[in-house]
Design a protein around this ligand. Structure first.
Ligand SMILES: Nc1ccn([C@@H]2O[C@H](COP(=O)(O)OP(=O)(O)OP(=O)(O)O)[C@@H](O)[C@H]2O)c(=O)n1
Ligand SMILES: C[C@](O)(CO)[C@H](O)COP(=O)(O)O
Length: 227
């Protein structure tokens, strides 16, 4: 079945506290978002790429593509106020029955194995959400006190979250709720079962300044392995 990826990069990056939204910050000489797009393209060049951008940064993105001679084909869609609204705008651009991956533009370190796990599971079973095990101890804070909880009962959720288009389109017809922090929560609220697959631990979401340094190191290691 035809594959699409909606790569959401329509956020403001407030936790990064930088004038330039984090998706455009340069890592290893190119904007972070270009690294992310490149991973999808290198995995499967037939995936139709839809890039969701803040309305006021679309011209900047086009300029950056020119400057960096970035020619990977992609469609640009205007983002919304929330991640939910940005994904919804991306979905409007998809008119056919297909498999859809939704990925954070600020996760440039997703690897081929995670992409394969997600696409193949969603193709067979309809849904796929990449996760990995928690390596720290966990504590719940409640009513001015705190207590340990069993970490094996929880896992960290990443993207891409991949779905058959019929499921994702119905899910995103719902009214937005604050608990919809990712696509899995939106689909789950329809009562649909989510298949968890193995993610890669280094698929970090670049969120705060230290993450930029970590991503830079990990990207350079990956480039060294490839070359
Ligand atoms: N209105 C929004 C908000 C977020 N995103 C995207 O969703 C992904 C995950 O969001 P997050 O890391 O929270 O990014 P920001 O919202 O930009 O960051 P912050 O919450 O710190 O402002 C990012 O690639 C971001 O660009 C989006 O497309 N549209
Ligand atoms: C989609 C996500 O990256 C999955 O872990 C996460 O929910 C985004 O959360 P954020 O607070 O909007 O960055």
């Amino acid at each position: 079945m035809k594959r699409y990826a909606i790569i959401v990069a329509g956020g403001k990056g407030e936790r990064m506290s930088s004038n330039l939204p984090k998706q455009f910050i340069q890592l290893r000489g190119i904007p972070l978002l270009m690294h992310t797009i490149k991973v999808f393209y290198d995995y499967d060049s037939l995936i139709q790429l839809i890039i969701v951008l803040p309305a006021n940064q679309i011209s900047l993105w086009k300029k950056l593509c020119n400057e960096h001679n970035f020619t990977i084909p992609h469609e640009i869609v205007q983002g919304g106020e929330t991640r939910f609204a940005s994904v919804k705008n991306g979905l409007v651009a998809i008119k056919e029955k297909c498999i859809i991956a939704v990925h954070d533009g600020v996760r440039p370190l997703v690897n081929r194995q995670t992409l394969e796990n997600c696409f193949s599971t969603a193709e067979h079973y309809g849904t796929a959400v990449p996760v990995y095990a928690i390596v720290d101890s966990l504590r719940k804070t409640e009513n001015n006190t705190n207590f340990a909880v069993e970490r094996n009962q929880y896992c960290i959720v990443q993207t891409p979250q991949v779905f058959q288009s019929s499921i994702l389109k119905i899910a995103y017809n719902q009214t937005y709720e604050e608990r919809f922090t990712d696509d899995a929560t939106v689909v789950e609220s329809l009562g649909i079962e989510l298949n968890l697959v193995e993610g890669n631990r280094d698929n970090i979401k670049v969120t705060t300044p230290p993450d930029l340094k970590i991503a830079e190191v990990l990207l350079s290691e990956r480039e060294a392995i490839i070359s």
